[in-house]
Design a protein around this ligand. Structure first.
Ligand SMILES: Nc1ncnc2c1ncn2[C@@H]1O[C@H](COP(=O)(O)OP(=O)(O)O)[C@@H](O)[C@H]1O
Ligand SMILES: [Mg+2]
Length: 370
């Protein structure tokens, strides 16, 4: 049997570079397990923090060590020069790119799960795991995502979208925006950059002064900012797998002691626990599974997604929080654990995702010349 050459694309320019390396290590291990060994040959591609793609020995070393490649200082200064002059792009394509039969991009955050890489892979005309440009872009931008969810009739918290220019450049507009937020959403509310992940730049605010500072802070991360009414709720997550006939996993819960599920809680060992399955009534589990599939279809996701919910136990309400089209994929991440508890092992999951990528791919039809 000829093996499929799988381009494992990891690292990337986002703040989630290290998480991507952990996810890629777990996937590489799964590809070297059981039946997968006979089906796939791994071609690893590492995207450095400055955006440069590397093939060959370096990605193998990064996978083996689990540590990012450190860039010499001169590289960083060169990058700044090139960024300002637009004269020298960091992006170049290693020749091995042409050898890939199917891609597994395991990149989190901006430039990885926002449709940019997906656009490039689409242009390469090679199948790839996960959502395409539209699903990825809608899943990344919290404002666009919420608009699509609203259109699909999915219940969610009240929110308001704000632009950086409204916060920074107009001293007459800014107090009015704060007044509107206080009136329509009240305190506590959450201020979030629309296009980040891992809770970076997110603040929970309880007063006018905190609101003003948090808006200013969020604007330093993104042009687009979302403000949401805060809810007191349990946090439940559901994994989705498939293309047009996708399936929902059992439901898991994230528990923690901190004020909210912030960056430190997410990435410090022992600060948060995953409870699988979540101890909630069956009707809630079912409702979440249905909503997860609706959300998956609403943004046009494909392959995989993790859909996150707020369960307001006091009222019995379930609100959708967000969809993640490239969720964390380490051996201890919620997405693969939910499938493991639903009867799909990690190596099987990786295999199914690659098969789904191949199934979904439709080659470009070349127009006949007259
Ligand atoms: N409207 C809200 N009400 C209550 N908690 C919230 C709200 N929005 C976010 N949070 C808290 O902040 C965390 C991160 O927010 P989220 O929108 O999921 O951002 P990210 O995409 O970075 O994960 C959530 O898991 C939750 O703990
Ligand atoms: Mg989240």
């Amino acid at each position: 049997m000829t093996k499929l050459r799988l381009g494992l694309l990891f690292g990337g320019c986002s703040g989630e570079h290290e998480v991507s390396i952990s996810s890629a290590r777990a996937i590489a291990k799964a590809l070297n397990t059981g039946e997968n060994t006979n089906k796939y040959e791994i071609l690893p591609f590492y995207i450095q923090k400055d955006g440069r793609w590397l093939a060959g020995d370096v990605p193998q070393q990064v996978l083996a060590s689990g540590k990012p490649l450190s860039l010499p200082n001169s590289e960083t200064s060169n990058q700044l020069v090139s960024a300002s002059s637009h004269s020298l792009s960091r992006w170049q394509s290693p020749s091995q790119v042409g050898e890939v039969d199917v891609w597994f991009p395991i990149l989190h955050g901006p430039n990885g799960e926002d449709g940019t890489i997906q656009g490039l892979l689409t242009l390469m005309q090679v199948p790839f795991v996960g959502s395409g440009v539209l699903g990825s872009a809608l899943g990344m931008d919290k404002i666009a995502m919420k608009m699509v969810f609203a259109q699909a009739g999915l219940p969610q918290v009240k929110y308001k979208a704000v632009n950086r220019s409204q916060i920074w450049s107009n001293p007459c507009v800014f107090p009015k925006i704060c007044d509107e937020i206080e009136l329509s959403l009240g305190y506590p509310c959450f201020i979030k950059p629309a296009n980040l992940g891992s809770s970076v730049g997110i603040t929970k605010v309880r007063s006018r002064q905190e609101l003003e500072t948090a808006l200013d802070n969020a604007a330093s991360y993104d042009r687009r900012i979302i403000v949401e009414a805060g809810v007191v709720a349990r946090e439940l997550e559901c994994a989705v797998l498939g293309n047009d006939q996708a399936k929902a996993s059992i439901v898991g819960e994230i528990t923690y002691k901190s004020d909210f599920y912030d960056y430190e809680t997410k990435y410090t060992e022992g600060k948060a626990d995953l409870v699988i399955p979540a101890a909630v009534p069956n009707a809630i589990t079912q409702q979440i599974q249905e909503m997860a599939l609706q959300a998956f279809a609403a943004v046009d996701a494909a392959g995989l997604a993790r859909v996150d919910f707020f369960y307001v136990e006091a009222t019995g309400e379930v609100l959708i929080n967000e969809i993640n089209t490239l969720p964390g994929f380490t051996a201890t991440s919620m997405y693969p654990l939910l499938w493991q508890h639903s009867g799909v092992s990690f190596p099987e999951l990786v295999d199914q995702l690659i098969q789904l990528a191949v199934e979904r791919y439709s080659p470009v039809e070349v127009a006949e010349s007259e």
